[in-house]
Design a binder for this molecule. Structure first.
Ligand SMILES: [Zn+2]
Length: 625
């Protein structure tokens, strides 16, 4: 996800469709809008940095000397002592996240800076060493007998940490003995981690030969993927052809790698006693598997909505049928650049319209220079919001060029900042939301800002372009991620019957996609290799459904907000202020949400359907459809 260092675990991969052909568009870069990191340290030369680095080791050693061997004791530790341990650990993490956060933000603002790179590496090494030193505490807690653990969890002394403690123990029944865990870890280095590295190295070394104006150009993966977003169909098609020709040539190694990883996971799941391939992911997400299945079926029920949109898109592009390489073609080229000051006002006003307190946060984030929006050489690309600890405040990084998409990115990251600010009354371990809830404020804020942006756009063609962008983003996050998850399920099921071949995986991939595209989008032969370069399948199996969950949850909440307005807002505020202090289910109940019920998901999907209907009406009024 966004980062190891407790950045907002976001949905960037699903949102950031590569290179949306911004080249020809007017730009208004946010020049001069940089952040102020002095709340952390005065600069790379600040003497407090050396002190902070030294204290990382001392802290960890001191903690271990005090608490090691005192948690896994007969009858469990005394509740007050255990609480002292948790609070001390939180305080240590607080200090670690401060120096870690600084090293990271400082590096991202100029990744070419040697001093910054050096600091970030030193911090990472020290933090890893400290983490190993501190690990015993969690492990000892896992060792405490169930009965004693239940008594502790119920103790009023520990009530603030109830969810935190319970979540940690969810994995207890699936643990192996210490010797086995250690053996598995060591073998993983030359086992599944090695296979995953092989996949990364293979896909990043791929070269794609593309014909352009009679000459052959050699591109890497991200540049060839960007061609699929080109307004010129010839460019899209040659990008598509080059992509799949090269993937097919690497097919044997990509297939063998994936087959091995699937079987490796099946083996570990069997040894750990997980009932199905998704079960371990559900435990981490704290979501019951029935809710996920109910969600996925609801999404499948809405595939015809997507197909209707694809037919509309074919008509708008003047094509007899939409080929798979046409689906990301931009609909509207004429865009007016949005200056930074305008984006800032729009975001502030949109947040204030939900609740004055939300507007106050947005204004503060901008006014106190917690945003680095200026595009610069050497600065890290993309966007994120970092909120290391509740004692600090959030920082937003983005590369603002003035497209409507950039405005939406600022709106999105501001939602994370809001979530972070509202959750500050939580302790560090209760601060960060679980993955499925991590995008609640960000996607919600995006919806509100989008509606404003759309409302003030008077040119109908530009409106259609905005709507299409929103719809296609939602498709990428909801429908496509659902397809990816179904593919993974089918690959694991097929592996139970024998080795996976390129042919078999191609069939499974086509079947999962065919359900989505129906007869509205024509797939190509080459597309059978579409599964082979997706990093989630390799590094984080069954990760993708969290994207679907996050997006649909918010669309559904947004619909409730539009229906009930004022009554909804205080509950929404409570949800955000709760941070990560409960499971998704318990935190969502007060909002009347039942994630196990299909009707809940239908509500979010209806919001997507409404967007498609709006685009269709607009196209008809323009006489384009
Ligand atoms: Zn996000």
């Amino acid at each position: 996800m966004r980062d190891r260092l407790r950045l907002a675990p976001g949905l960037p991969e699903a949102r950031n469709t590569p290179g949306t052909g911004d080249d020809a568009r007017p730009v208004a870069p946010a020049t001069g809008v940089t952040w102020d990191l002095s709340d952390l340290f005065d600069g790379p030369g600040d003497p407090r940095i050396a002190v902070a680095l030294d204290s990382i080791d001392e802290d960890a050693k001191g903690f271990a000397a005090r608490f090691r061997g005192t948690i896994h004791v007969a009858g469990g530790p005394p509740a007050a002592w255990f609480r002292e341990g948790i609070e001390s650990l939180e305080a240590i993490h607080e200090r670690q996240w401060r120096i870690g956060g600084y090293a990271h933000l400082n590096y991202d603002q100029d990744t070419r800076d040697v001093v910054a790179r050096d600091l970030s590496q030193r911090v990472e090494e020290r933090l890893t060493a400290a983490r190993n030193e501190l690990l015993f505490f969690d492990l000892e807690w896992m060792e405490v007998a169930d009965e004693d653990a239940a008594t502790l969890v119920a103790d009023p002394e520990l009530s603030a940490y109830r969810h935190f403690l319970e979540a940690q123990r969810l994995f207890r029944p699936h643990r192996l003995s210490e010797a086995e865990e250690r053996l598995a870890n060591e073998k993983d280095i030359t086992g599944n981690s090695a296979w995953a590295r092989l996949h990364t190295e293979t896909t990043s070394a791929l070269e794609f030969d593309v014909d352009r104006d009679g000459a052959t150009e050699r591109l890497n993966l991200s540049r060839v993927l960007a061609m699929l977003h080109d307004p010129d169909r010839t460019v899209r098609r040659s990008g598509h052809d080059a992509l799949y020709a090269t993937l097919a040539r690497s097919g044997p190694v990509l297939t063998y790698t994936y087959d091995t990883l699937v079987q490796d996971k099946r083996t570990m799941d069997r040894l750990r006693g997980h009932p199905d391939p998704m079960a371990s992911r559900h435990l981490g997400n704290e979501i019951p598997s029935a809710a996920v299945e109910s969600m996925m079926q609801a999404v499948e029920g809405a595939y015809p909505v997507a197909q209707a949109y694809f037919r509309l898109k074919a008509r708008l592009l003047g094509l007899p049928e939409l080929m798979v390489y046409d689906q990301y073609a931009p609909l509207e080229q004429r865009q007016v650049a949005v200056p930074w000051s305008d984006a800032r006002t729009l975001v502030e006003e949109s947040y204030a319209a939900i609740d004055p307190a939300f507007g106050d946060v947005a204004r503060e984030v901008f006014a106190r220079n917690w945003v680095d929006a200026e595009p610069r050489d050497g600065k890290r690309g993309g966007a994120y919001c970092s909120y290391p600890t509740p004692k600090l405040h959030p920082w937003i990084l983005c590369n603002y060029m003035g497209t409507p998409r950039d405005v939406m990115t600022v709106a999105h990251e501001m939602g994370h900042a809001l979530h972070a600010m509202l959750g500050r009354r939580q302790t560090p371990f209760n601060y960060h939301s679980t993955l499925p809830l991590a995008e609640t404020a960000s996607v919600f804020g995006e919806m509100v800002v989008f509606d404003r942006l759309l409302a003030r756009e008077t040119d109908p063609r530009a409106r259609l372009g905005l709507l299409a962008g929103k719809i296609e983003d939602a498709f990428a996050t909801v429908f496509r991620q659902n397809v990816l998850t179904r593919f993974e399920q089918s690959a694991f099921a097929a592996r139970a019957e024998g080795r996976l071949t390129g042919d078999r995986l191609g069939d499974l991939w086509t079947a999962a996609n065919r359900a989505y595209y129906g007869d509205a989008v024509r797939l190509t032969d080459g597309y059978r290799w579409g599964w082979s370069y997706i990093p989630h399948f390799i590094h984080t199996p069954f990760y993708c459904y969290a994207y679907v969950f996050g997006q649909l949850l918010v669309m559904s909440l947004y619909r409730t907000y539009k229906e009930t307005g004022g009554a909804f807002v205080p509950k929404f505020l409570d949800l955000l202020a709760a941070g990560g202090s409960g499971t998704p289910d318990t935190l969502l109940r007060p909002l009347g949400v039942d994630i196990t019920h299909p009707s809940f998901w239908a509500k979010g999907l209806a919001e997507i359907e409404a967007l498609v209907a709006q685009a269709t009406d607009l196209a008809e009024a323009l006489g384009d459809a």
